[in-house]
Design a protein. Structure first.
Length: 529
């Protein structure tokens, strides 16, 4: 390869060209930097965070409560709430009432209870006797027959048993009793819905074992949710709600492979603690109760719970209506949330607006059409026959179609039509934080001090006899506990099967370990130490 030698003048011209190009490049870069100082580039665009998922199809049946008729009698007559209490219950827009029935009831007693629930214009959910009751099937048969007489083909909900797991009934035992009895009850009322397993807490193993073998399959599933122990702090009780979303997600994930789609979920008892007390510092704290109740119901709404019932409407440590027949803070918050969740609320006693749907036909459940055919609820129930609720996740949630206060004696309501949820600034339920694991607090041993703490009575159990057993039996009777024969305990000093049954019933209600043994924890719950 040969290289051609350029003449000297050409080399000089080429050199000048290179110099000129270089100078131009340097000037361009400098000018660009100067311009950047005066005109900086726009900041990088960050994708705006997506708004919270829209909340749709809120079920009006979230707004329910429990009424216990199991012990309320005046002579041979069933004692019903006063007119003032009934008016307040109606003013809250309650949509569903869970009823506890007496043992060995008469048809007249059951009819008066059914007509009372009907007068409130609420959907009835009846807590049937479970396998531990000796006359369970006879009582349950009479219940279903009587409800059929009062409500006709309207859908009535029935729970089989009540926290049988807390009384030592295994999932297999419960399912065996379900299979032996529910089919017969269902044949008496084909439009009725039967619900199980009604556990005292979310227990995935118990629920799975029941669903795998239950025949007939339940129409809905249920359990109870209490966020904390009565002795815990207010913040722990609020944080405890965070676990509920996980329970609901877990249950649906379990049901999907079993049935193709999850069954609707009912939380048939809920409050901050099953063993709440008037002196626990929370039941009388209006700010806590208001915030806690709001967070609890918003959590159910966000998670598409089909129905929920506050525990308990009257005569409890955390009622909706107090002993002076006034609406409590929890009752006021439930009413406020209902009126925010659904639009066009009428004030009590006002004439219903055109959005209200009166119902003289047979379906109290949320349905997608106005047909009178009973509809099996889906896992995301539709509140009524028109537009679904939609909007941002509630802080101060949505708003409602009214339930009118005047009460015709028989028609059942269609839950009001939900409308759009206006975006508000109220926060969504708090980000889950670790919930402390409840551990029994051992009673401190007495120490030699000038004022020693009281010592609990000795531990007693099945087979024990003597004055301590008599004291226990008197305590249990005073709290309405009964033996497995359905009667008050004989105060005979003999810790037999009836006393053990009553002890377990009390332990369940007190929210403590259910073992039938009366140790420091149980004595403490009875007020002895």
């Amino acid at each position: 390869m040969q290289f051609v030698e350029l003449p000297e003048p050409a080399k000089r011209i080429l050199f000048l060209i290179v110099i000129i190009v270089g100078v131009i490049a340097v000037i361009s870069v400098g000018m660009s930097s100067i311009l950047d100082l005066f005109h900086p580039p726009p900041p990088a665009q960050h994708k705006a965070s997506s708004p919270p998922a829209e909340l749709k199809n809120i079920s009006p049946l979230l707004f329910g409560t429990n009424l216990d008729f199991s012990t309320q009698r005046t002579g041979t007559q069933q004692a019903l709430p006063s007119n003032q209490v009934s008016t307040l219950l109606q003013s809250m827009h309650l949509q569903i009432v869970r009823v506890t029935i007496p043992e060995n009831p008469s048809s007249a007693t059951l009819k008066s209870i059914a007509q009372y629930v009907q007068s409130l214009k609420t959907v009835p959910l009846i807590s049937l006797h479970g396998p531990l009751y000796p006359r369970a099937q006879a009582d349950n048969t009479l219940v279903v027959q009587t409800m059929k007489q009062v409500f006709g083909d309207t859908t009535v909900y029935y729970e089989y048993g009540d926290e049988e797991d807390a009384l030592g009934i295994s999932a297999d035992q419960y399912t065996t009793a379900w299979n032996a009895n529910v089919r017969q009850l269902k044949s008496l009322a084909p439009t009725a819905h039967f619900i199980g397993p009604v556990t005292y807490r979310y227990d995935p193993d118990y629920l799975r074992a029941f669903l795998q073998k239950a025949q007939p399959r339940p129409d809905e599933v249920s359990w109870h949710e209490f966020a904390c122990d009565g002795a815990w702090s207010e913040q722990q009780c609020i944080n405890g709600i965070n676990e509920w979303s996980g329970h609901l997600t877990s249950a649906r994930a379990m049901m999907k492979p079993l049935f193709g789609t999850p069954l609707p979920i009912m939380i048939t008892e809920w409050n901050y603690a099953a063993n709440a007390r008037n002196d626990d510092g929370k039941s009388t704290d209006n700010t806590f109760l208001s915030n806690w109740t709001k967070t609890a119901l918003q959590t159910f709404a966000v998670n598409q719970v089909f129905a929920s019932m506050q525990y308990s409407g009257i005569k409890s440590s955390v009622p909706l209506i107090n002993t002076t027949e006034q609406l409590t803070i929890q009752g006021q918050m439930m009413r406020t949330l209902y009126e925010q969740f659904f639009a066009h609320t009428a004030s009590p006693g006002s004439t219903p607006t055109s959005t209200s749907t009166a119902m003289s036909t047979a379906t109290p459940m949320p349905t997608e059409t106005s047909t009178t055919t009973p509809v099996t609820p889906t896992d995301t129930p539709v509140a009524a026959a028109t537009s679904p609720v939609s909007g941002t996740l509630p802080g101060s949630p949505v708003v409602v179609a009214p339930t009118s206060t005047p009460i015709p004696p028989t028609p059942m309501p269609v839950p009001p039509t939900a409308t759009s949820i206006p975006p508000t600034a109220t926060p969504v339920p708090p980000t889950p934080t670790p919930r402390p694991t409840p551990t029994p607090t051992p009673k401190p041993k007495p120490t030699p001090t000038p004022t020693p703490k009281p010592v609990c009575p000795a531990t007693i159990q099945s087979g024990s006899t003597g004055s301590l057993v008599k004291t226990l039996q008197q305590d249990l009777n005073s709290r309405g506990m009964k033996g497995q024969d359905g009667k008050a305990l004989a105060v005979d000093g003999d810790f037999g099967p009836n006393t053990q049954y009553a002890v377990k019933s009390w332990q369940k209600k007190a929210g403590i370990d259910v073992d039938g043994i009366v140790g420091p924890q149980t004595w403490h719950s009875l007020g002895h130490c």
